[in-house]
Design a protein around this ligand. Structure first.
Ligand code: KG4
Ligand code: ZN
Length: 332
């Protein structure tokens, strides 16, 4: 079995996965949403202190599996340094105590492998990674063969959801709150401009849209529930139209015709059912399938870290205690 630890931002999570069968034997997560909510975003120092409380608690619950452990996989990049350090420090201690090797997992690869929790991966495919920290379209041509073909010029999609929520006086994280408010809103009430509609750039960009939402909110005399619903629905529609337009531009390139049979959507924002449905409509036109993780594995979790950790275990990609470092920035 492999023990996996995730602490890159504001979720502490641990999983135990059986290496041969990929079966998830144990999975737990403690989120810090409530604690950060009053500050309107993640406070790194607070996140770090909360990991120190949560991680040992989670570990205790998994104690009965310790005798069967063959390796420990831990997220070491990218993320908040002070958060990553807590998971990595714990992984190193267990590695010494149980005399088992360490595996360093890139958080973004973990997200992509959330598609294959309890199952084998098949290639090639396209991955749309939409989270609080990232917005990327990735060609995945092999188990460790990732090529980013579309990324954001400015903010990430998750961050934009959170910012819009904050501007509307809603709590953090705002993604799911905006999605729920949008259900009862008029998505054509506000005509926010679709980013990069009139440029032929193939990229994501959300800062202009965020700014349009801000200007609209400033103009409204009263921000009541109806306004919140309409702004949420209009923002979500335009942000989604933008993503769909950009993926379409990529798929329409001659070299990409019929190249991929499916697209996997991952990351916290992939829990959004409105976005999933619009992706489905788009992919239908290209005779492609959509795959997505179970809702509980869209946001940060230890199970996806264990799943990619097993790929690294299979190829003996272990790392020495002294070489295992954390990095706030890292690419796929
Ligand atoms: O993947 P994740 O847990 O953390 C990062 O690696 O960044 O993603 C968190 C992000 C937050 O911005 C949150 O607001 C967003 O995912 N999110 C959503 C939804 N659920 C979470 N955004 C839109 N709709 C949702 N239902
Ligand atoms: Zn994440």
């Amino acid at each position: 079995m492999i023990l996996s630890i995730e602490s890159s931002c504001d979720d502490s999570s641990i999983a135990i996965t059986e290496i041969l069968t990929l079966k998830l034997l144990f999975y737990k997560k403690i989120s810090q949403n409530e604690e950060h909510s009053k500050y309107g975003g993640v406070v790194p120092e607070l996140a770090s202190r909360l990991h120190v409380e949560a991680l040992p608690k989670l570990l205790q619950d998994a104690e009965k599996y310790f005798k069967n452990l063959k390796a420990i996989a831990v997220t070491n990049a990218p993320g908040l340094t002070v958060s990553l350090l807590e998971g990595v420090a714990m992984a190193k201690s267990i590695s010494i105590a149980l005399n088992i090797p360490l595996i360093a997992v890139n958080h973004l690869k973990g997200h992509i492998y959330s598609l294959f929790i309890e199952k084998e991966a098949t290639f090639p495919f396209l991955a749309l990674l939409i989270s609080g920290g990232h917005s990327q379209l990735v060609e995945v041509n092999g188990w460790n063969n990732f090529k980013v073909v579309l990324s954001t010029l400015d903010d990430s999609l998750g961050e934009s959801f959170d910012k819009v929520a904050k501007m509307l006086g809603l709590s953090y994280p705002g993604g799911a709150i905006i999605e729920n408010l949008a259900i009862n809103g008029d998505e054509y009430k506000y005509n926010f401009p679709v980013p990069l509609l009139y440029s032929n750039q193939t990229a994501f960009s959300f800062s202009g849209l965020k700014n349009s939402v801000r200007l609209t909110i400033e103009k409204e005399i009263e921000i009541n529930d109806e306004v919140r619903q309409n702004i949420s629905a209009s923002f979500q529609r335009v942000a989604t139209e933008h993503i769909i337009l950009q993926i379409k531009r990529y798929l329409n390139l001659k070299e990409n015709k019929n190249r991929y049979k499916f697209l996997g959507v991952v990351g916290g924002v992939s829990a959004n059912l409105y976005i999933r449905n619009k992706l489905l409509d788009l992919l239908n036109k290209y005779k492609m399938d959509l795959i997505a993780p179970e809702l509980k594995f869209c946001s940060d979790n230890g199970a996806m870290i264990g799943r990619f950790g097993i790929e690294l275990y299979r190829t003996n990609e272990f790392i020495n205690l002294q070489d295992l470092k954390v990095m706030s920035r890292a690419n796929l």
